[in-house]
Design a protein around this ligand. Structure first.
Ligand SMILES: Nc1ncnc2c1ncn2[C@@H]1O[C@H](COP(=O)(O)OP(=O)(O)OP(=O)(O)O)[C@@H](O)[C@H]1O
Length: 261
């Protein structure tokens, strides 16, 4: 379970101070697929960076599996977090298998990782994860950069899951994918949450996809939580026009390859 208690973050630049997060409190259970929605600048990426330990909050606390995220235990807790990104962030010149193995770096000796000298057991494990995310065994030795976007995202998900994370953070994982592939990837993330009891926190720009796939939707607006509930509750409130175009990017067009008009 992850828990954010009254987390605030303000960025100061020479010109201004931007309150990116204002006393955000949310709790996500193991096995839950939670989608963060909000227009550009609402604070979604800042929240993910704070949960992953890349940024420190000014106020408030983050608990991962009951343990408070602090500077001194950050590395140890980061080992329990898997990350998936919009642009996959694979090492394109390496094989899919080697990319998946990178997810296990914290537990592999540096000589093995430097020479990619994986044991047969490690190889078999990586291949199993590639299979779990829907890739044929023949993909294991193919260069990651030669795969389609959807296949690369599957490799990235396998790399995140091989470390058996308590928490999987997905920062706009379908932003560069076509609508059909987006649905396949979100199905995979939802399955991962349920099958491996992972708490998944996923940033999206598309309310329709959030409604279709999320167990829970959290809407941020100007750094504050505007809504936190089930997709059914979200639809009821949306129908009463409680959320207007300022909340979510209604310009999203799922028929377009990149989701934007
Ligand atoms: N390093 C930074 N320095 C200054 N301001 C920042 C920094 N990072 C984020 N911000 C500001 O904080 C606010 C929240 O940004 P954030 O990136 O979290 O929004 P977002 O909801 O993820 O947006 P998007 O959907 O466009 O990625 C924005 O106003 C942004 O300009």
């Amino acid at each position: 379970m992850i828990c954010l208690n009254a987390v605030s973050k303000t960025f100061s630049t020479k010109q201004e101070k931007v309150a990116a997060l204002r006393k955000v409190s949310i709790q996500i259970e193991q096995g839950e697929f939670c989608v963060l929605l909000g227009h550009s600048g609402a604070g979604k990426s800042t929240l993910l960076k704070i949960v992953s330990g890349q940024l420190e909050p000014d106020e408030g606390e983050v608990l991962i599996g009951g343990q408070r995220l602090l500077r001194r235990n950050r590395r140890q807790l980061q080992h329990r977090i898997g990350m998936v990104h919009q642009h996959f962030e694979l090492v394109e010149r390496l094989s899919c298998l080697d990319n998946v193995m990178l997810g296990q770096l914290p537990w592999i000796s540096w000589t093995r990782s430097l020479f990619r000298n994986w044991s047969s057991e490690q190889r078999a494990n990586a291949c199993r994860w590639l299979e779990q995310v829907g890739l044929e065994p023949s993909h294991a030795l193919r260069r990651a950069g030669l795969l389609s976007g959807g296949q690369q995202q599957r490799v990235a998900i396998a790399r995140a899951l091989i470390r058996k994370p308590a928490l999987l953070l997905a920062d706009e994982p379908v932003a560069s994918l076509d609508p059909a592939t987006s649905r396949a990837i979100l199905t995979l993330l939802r399955t991962a949450a349920r099958q491996w009891n992972v708490c998944v926190l996923c940033n999206l720009h598309q309310p329709d996809l959030a409604q279709e796939f999320a167990d829970r939707i959290v809407v941020l607006s100007k750094g504050a939580v505007l809504f936190d509930g089930s997709p059914a509750e979200w639809v009821r409130r949306d129908e009463r026009n409680e959320f207007d175009s300022a909340v979510c990017d209604r310009s999203v067009d799922l028929s377009s390859p990149h989701g934007k008009k």
